[in-house]
Design a protein around this ligand. Sequence first.
Ligand code: MN
Length: 200
Amino acid sequence: MAFELPELTYAHDALEPHIDAKTMEIHHGKHHNAYTTNLNNAIAGTEHENVSIEDILSNISSHSPAVRNNGGGYYNHCLFWEILSPDGGGEPSGNLGESIISTFGSFEEFKNQFATAAATRFGSGWAWLCVCEGKLCICSTPNQDNPLMDGECRGTPILGLDVWEHAYYLNYQNRRPDYIAAFWNVVNWDVVAAKYDAAQ
Ligand code: MN
């Protein structure tokens, strides 16, 4: 079965002023849609046609660059839309909240380290909060790579931030740090906390 572009559960303008409607429209409707179409084209008629995206990504070194780039792009954006919400922001409670404090010292320190990973990713890529061998860790990956792929950053991603210019340039131009700071206002911590519990 072909991969499908997921529908957003909120309107394009719902994340304003933090993420603008035009960016959401293009990012979801054009960029994510293209990754989805190109992934389907890359695996059509191959033995990977009915394999889950997680299984494809975990064996990515056996795939073509087209599957790596578009499979990563498909998965990463699915996760990104899911962890955003117009009702987001605040801090996580429960297991995730406690683990963030015990791992990073405080929620503020966690945000600082994550923002540094996002800001210092040269060129295009992603910043991640992952579960790595049972522990929380922060890392970043280039292009559309992610921590499910075999690479130096390996784990189960529970929070991701797209730092490609297409994710912020219309509203923030070259001010990536402002986009990163605004991101915290639209993170749905309930979704991230559920992913953390599931990854334990
Ligand atoms: Mn993107």
